[in-house]
Design a protein around this ligand. Structure first.
Ligand SMILES: Nc1nc2c(c(=O)[nH]1)N[C@H]1C(S)=C(S)[C@@H](COP(=O)(O)OP(=O)(O)OC[C@H]3O[C@@H](n4cnc5c(N)ncnc54)[C@H](O)[C@@H]3O)O[C@H]1N2
Ligand code: MOO
Length: 416
């Protein structure tokens, strides 16, 4: 774990820019380098921890690509129009040898008989008893899959950081690899703070609200490489400190929601320090999400997200996801831009995060506003599939401006 500047937030609590906070989040998070071997069939969504070299070639031998007849067309032999059929090889049979001046019946996937260099599709041949007659348009070398033309034995085919998906399962299975070394899942604990919170299904007294941040962050962050658990605590300094002490040592990443601001019931930053942790960043120049803190807590990374649901979600997308990638040994995600199709009046200041709906229009990724302002609102999230990043220095943003977007779902090209 890299050392962080344990600056005290009471003294001159510094506010850093959104870009600085993003850079710090990733720079803090060192790869955990914990790995385990798992059966390939259970490895989907897991992250490769070691380079895989091909233990054999693909195809593993020269083979017929069509049902037909293997012949030798190159060299001096040439092809008479009619050839005797000298043998038969199916997929799975041992390789045979082509008798000179003959044709050899082969099925797709069969080892090419030694000496043959071409397969003629059976649709271009007529079988006459123990002879076969070919059409005139036979092309030398065709319909043969050459050994190693897809994968050369010994080459590095997959590198650490790669997410195992169906394509990797196919490739590794073809190479006979049944077990892979993957990064151990991250242990993420979400501590939900707030005396007003109740769990869905519980009675709701007037003034109370249902906890949505806990379930939301669980759903947003959980993946095959990250186990997320959550617990809830009331707005009480001693109770939050105790909860943090209990969590310490059981998590790689501790996420707290709410209690991050300056009110009398906002205790999280004090509790982190009391629990033996340290805070590096305590405010970020972003809207929503300004009361957001980073630090460490007993060997874990700590991130405190504001209580408003949009602020908590956007903090998770902008900082937690990149930290998770770094901890799992993955390269940072590609930055994606979309053209916005709305105007957004503003003065230069904090970076703004706006929920947007993405569409492809005239071949360009286009972002539409998904609802009115307000980081307490849930509906703009439901109608969005990304958040657009308006840089702090921007003046009013016009239709057609390209802006970075952070997609809610991680696209395939985003995972290396
Ligand atoms: N005087 C100031 N007041 C506030 C400031 C400020 O700078 N000065 N910042 C505002 C901003 S911006 C935000 S964001 C919030 C952040 O506050 P906290 O992180 O301390 O969060 P709370 O005050 O506890 O809660 C805010 C809001 O979110 C609701 N909430 C909390 N947890 C959940 C949950 N798990 N599920 C659903 N909703 C939750 C909570 O009930 C509040 O309505 O502070 C502003 N105030
Ligand atoms: O900035 Mo607060 O994060 O919700 O509005």
């Amino acid at each position: 774990m890299r050392a962080v500047r344990h600056s005290c937030f009471h003294s001159d609590a510094q506010m850093v820019s959104f870009e600085t906070a993003r850079a710090v989040a990733v720079a803090l998070a060192e790869p955990l380098n914990r790995q385990e071997d798992v059966p390939l069939v259970r490895a989907v969504g897991r992250i490769l921890a070691a380079t895989i070299e091909a233990p054999c070639a693909l195809p593993p031998f020269d083979q017929a690509a069509m049902d037909g007849y293997a012949v030798r067309l190159s060299g001096e032999t040439g092809v008479p129009l009619v050839l005797p059929i000298s043998g038969r090889t199916r997929a799975g049979d041992k390789p045979d040898v082509l008798a000179p001046g003959t044709a050899h019946r082969v099925m797709t996937g069969a080892p090419l008989p030694g000496g043959a260099d071409t397969v003629v599709m059976q649709e271009h041949a007529t079988c006459r008893g123990d002879h076969v007659q070919f059409g005139l348009d036979v092309e030398a070398g065709c319909h043969v899959r050459r050994v190693g033309e897809d994968v050369t034995k010994g080459t590095a085919i997959l590198r650490p950081g790669r997410v195992i998906g169906w394509t990797e399962v196919a490739l590794l299975s073809a190479l006979g690899i049944a077990t892979v070394s993957v990064a151990c899942p991250l242990r993420i604990v979400v501590l939900v703070t707030g005396s007003e919170l109740r769990h869905a299904g519980e009675p709701l007294p007037f003034g109370a609200i249902y906890d949505s941040n806990g379930p939301m962050l669980g759903a947003l962050l959980a993946e095959p490489s990250a186990h997320v658990t959550s617990l809830t605590v009331r707005d009480d300094l001693a109770a939050i400190t105790q909860a943090l002490e209990r969590i310490a040592g059981t998590a790689d990443l501790v996420i707290v929601t709410a209690g991050m601001s300056v009110g009398e019931e906002d205790h999280v930053r004090n509790a982190v320090v009391r629990a033996g942790g340290g805070l590096d960043i305590v405010k970020v120049a972003m809207k929503p999400g300004k009361p957001l803190a980073f630090g460490t807590l007993a060997g874990a990374y700590f991130i405190g997200l504001p209580g408003n649901p949009q602020a908590a979600a956007f903090g998770a997308l902008a900082f937690v996801r990149p930290m998770m990638k770094a901890l799992l040994g993955q390269a940072p995600a590609n930055r994606i831009t979309a053209k916005i199709n709305f105007t957004h009046p503003r003065k230069p200041g904090r970076t703004e995060l706006l929920p947007v709906r993405l569409n492809v229009e005239q071949g360009r990724l286009t972002a539409h506003r998904s609802g009115p302002d307000g980081s307490h609102r849930m509906m703009p999230l439901v109608f969005a599939d990304a958040v657009a990043v308006v840089p702090g220095a921007s003046t009013p943003v016009e239709v057609g401006t390209p802006l970075e977007v952070l997609p809610f779902a991680q696209p395939r090209f985003d995972v290396n």
